[in-house]
Design a protein around this ligand. Structure first.
Ligand code: ADP
Ligand code: MG
Length: 742
């Protein structure tokens, strides 16, 4: 056993040793904690994959043939289910769930707070003869009314005095967590407005699918469906549970509001892809087993750049399912972490001075004929299709770069975006050398010499090298780009680790859907004027490439030059989160969401109000925690140490010893504590003023402009105190103790 706190103690002050002993006890416990062996799974992953999911295999076993086929038709083609069929599905689902040991069921939905919501009900009903029986009707499967008045709704329900209800999303399979059958649902107001992430996500998937299908038909009339894919990469931190518990800031805000940087952090770059610590490996094994049982196809695990930082990534899936799986994984992570005496930190920036966590969203479109629309093809035709989609996506990102930024902006992600290791708070697109070169050629070419028509092979693009060959070594991946083309998909890297992927994906899907629809109108108009299809497409692609040049950037996104350059190019450079949210209500954003049917004005306004409100509340909580910790822990410790020094100086001066250094130290402590006290008081006053402001937007702006800055300023003083005060007295576990798991 390692013991820290038995150091021989001088006797002039004994009280502070009890004050800091919690910290030392927790450090000691963390060091002595043994890996907790993961449960050994039964069989191979391929055998237990999806065991807890009411998937097609389970449906085939538990549903009548007719019901099963109706379900497949609903899942594959979106055909509505009749009440009778739903009742039969409910009955089969209940039987399956009970056979797996489930006793309860819940409608599982994704409110705008982030996270997921669930209310469990037992299957039990009276049997009418004094006993009970297990019951689960089609009615309960299809629709419920969770008492949801406390979920944020941006005033929608107050305005309409309507309650919300949750409705079954039959396209995402039900699953069992512990002993509860979870049924993925949308959450909606009685007046029809979405109160969640899932419904707009489904609408956006359908909008982009349809718009992409229409454009696909220029190239292949046989295509019947375009699917949107998402592969997320989830970054997270783990900290020892005992140390976490001794940090009220981590417990209450998810990040450390104070803490001096450790002397060693990530500068040696020895954590990334390094050996995974034993305790963490066991956590990962358990997490993977549970994820696979729930049908989440997790594949990749590794250390990330910062100490204690890790990543988990699945194989990409259809977007609605992928997003449910990400939300489910976040729940699993927290549960499994506790079994291993860890806490998982999903905050985008839990620690100052080391990397934060993101959730890279790998996005692509694919056809039912097996073509990835973002992969260059083998024929000129396929290449024109590839170029068409890439050009439209870039144009969409350009036109809506402000809205896309708003879709990933939160009070927590702002600590990461714009900081020096994550994508900057400006959206730009990285294409890589080969695609950029191809685009340059297209932009400069005269269509007459660029396209040669051949009666047998259709057409050829002259002077444009065959793209697939060039892409073979498309390895120049720009790590600083928020939106990067990575060979066969775009990777949206600005998404926060805590955020629901849907927020960003809804906006991206809608933007691309709108752009593709506009593109099709224009191409059709040219065809009507007598252009050939290929020529019409080529001309429009050329215009798009030329128009969206300002969004293309292959350089270093962290540099100050880029910030100045981006502003000159007219890209959105706003850094104040409450003002970034204004982009959601701009004319062009509203038109995009309305026209694609993804969000109407009421929904958009409500969501933006929720965003502002969440921003205010997060800063408010951080400010309160900061105030409490500063006044109740930091200043008292500093004062005690100061008193000890004063005592020492007094005694030394009796002996005519030199006290210069000690007096300088006393003065510094005294200045720092006075500054802290003053700033905390000012911050409280600023909060009081902000709290009286009516209107979500104005309040959020006040919190941003007059409160948030204090957090950093107070922290600077506290972090300095941490460096000069006796380590034995410091109560909060330090960075060097929280990080560096072994
Ligand atoms: P990285 O090098 O960025 O870590 P990975 O190879 O680990 O990339 O893949 C990251 C994610 O991208 C994974 O979830 C993977 O399944 C996903 N992905 C791969 N191809 C596609 C695609 N065509 N569409 C969407 N996601 C994809
Ligand atoms: Mg990646």
């Amino acid at each position: 056993m390692v013991t820290f706190y038995n150091r021989a103690t001088p006797n002039f002050s004994s009280t502070y040793y009890t004050m800091s002993s919690l910290r030392f006890r927790m450090v000691e416990a963390a060091i002595n904690r043994k890996p907790f062996a993961a449960k050994v799974p039964e069989g191979r992953p391929s055998e237990y994959f999806g065991k807890k999911v009411f998937n097609r295999a389970a449906m085939r076993r538990y549903l009548h043939k007719k019901t099963y086929e109706a379900m497949l038709d609903t899942m594959d083609n979106g055909t509505p289910l009749s009440r009778e069929i739903a009742a039969e599905v409910a009955s089969g689902m209940k039987q399956w769930a009970m056979d797996q040991g489930a006793t309860h069921y819940t409608h599982w939905f994704q409110p705008l707070t982030g996270g997921t919501a669930e209310k469990h009900d037992a299957f039990l009903e009276h049997d009418g003869a004094g006993g009970m029986l297990e019951e689960f009707s089609g009615k309960l499967l299809i629709q419920q009314e969770p008492d949801a008045s406390s979920f944020p709704n941006g005033g929608i329900r107050n305005t309409f005095e309507a309650r919300g209800y949750s409705a079954w999303d039959a396209t995402s399979p039900a699953f069992i967590v512990d002993t509860t059958l979870c049924i993925p649902t949308i959450f909606i107001a009685y007046t029809g407005e979405a109160l969640d992430y899932k419904l707009p996500l489904l609408r956006s998937i359908s909008a982009v699918g349809q718009a992409a299908l229409d454009v696909c038909h220029y190239f292949d009339p046989e295509v019947k469906r375009v699917t949107t894919f998402l592969g997320w990469e989830q970054e997270y931190f783990l900290v020892d549970e005992g140390l976490w518990a001794a940090r009220p800031d981590l417990v209450l805000t998810g990040r450390t509001l104070m803490g001096h940087e450790s002397a060693k952090n990530q500068q040696l770059e020895d954590h990334y892809f390094g050996a995974i610590p034993d305790r963490v490996i066991e956590f990962m094994k358990d997490l993977e087993r549970e994820s696979l049982q729930l049908g989440i196809p997790v594949k990749t695990r590794h250390n990330e750049a910062a100490p204690n930082q890790f990543e988990v990534a699945p194989i990409y899936e259809e977007m609605n399912l992928a997003n449910d799986h990400n939300q489910l994984l976040l729940i699993l992570m927290e549960k499994v972490a506790r079994r291993h005496s860890f806490r998982v930190l999903l905050h985008e920036k839990p620690f100052k001075g080391i990397n934060g966590s993101g959730k890279h969203n790998n996005w692509s479109l694919g056809t039912d004929t097996g073509v990835n629309l973002l992969s260059p093809g083998k024929t000129p035709q396929a290449n024109l299709q590839f170029v068409t989609f890439i050009a439209n996506i870039i144009a969409a990102v350009y036109r809506h770069n402000g809205a896309l930024k708003a879709s990933v902006s939160t009070a927590t992600n702002v600590h990461r975006l714009g900081a020096n290791e994550a994508p900057p708070a400006i959206i730009s697109v990285f294409l890589g050398k080969q695609v950029s070169a191809t685009f340059e050629k297209i932009a400069e070419s005269q269509s007459e010499d660029a396209i040669v028509f051949d009666s047998k092979t259709g057409f050829k693009m002259q002077g444009i090298p065959s793209i697939p060959e060039l892409l073979m070594d498309n390895t120049d991946r720009n790590r600083t780009s928020p939106f990067a083309f990575t060979g066969n998909r775009f990777e949206f890297r600005a998404v926060g680790s805590l955020t629901n992927c849907a927020s960003a994906m809804i906006t991206l899907n809608a933007a691309v859907a709108e752009q593709l629809a506009v593109f099709k109108e224009r191409v059709d108009a040219r065809i009507a004027e007598g252009f050939s299809t290929e020529k019409a497409i080529f001309e429009e692609v050329k215009i798009l490439i030329n128009e969206s040049r300002p969004i293309l950037f292959d350089g270093n996104g962290y540099s100050d030059e880029w910030k100045a350059e981006a502003a000159r190019r007219g890209l959105d450079c706003e850094t104040s989160v409450p003002l970034i949210f204004d982009r959601l209500l701009s004319d062009s954003t509203r038109k995009m969401f309305n026209r694609t049917g993804v969000l109407n004005d009421i929904e958009l306004k409500a969501r933006t109000d929720v965003n502002w409100d969440m921003y205010t509340k997060k800063i408010q909580i951080e400010a309160r925690v900061m105030g409490d910790l500063a006044l109740n822990q930091i200043v008292p410790i500093a004062s005690q140490y100061e008193a000890m020094l004063l005592d020492k100086v007094y005694k030394m001066s009796q002996l005519n010893l030199d006290t210069t250094q000690d007096i300088a130290l006393i003065k510094e402590i005294s200045t720092l504590t006075a500054d802290i006290q003053q700033m905390v008081n000012e911050m409280i006053e600023a909060r009081k003023v902000a709290n009286r402001i009516v209107g979500e937007r104005a309040k959020a702006i006040a919190y941003h402009d007059t409160v948030a800055d204090y957090l950093e300023k107070i922290r600077t003083c506290i972090d300095r105190l941490e460096m000069i005060i006796d380590d034995q007295m410091w109560t909060l576990p330090k960075y060097r103790e929280l990080l560096f798991l072994r």
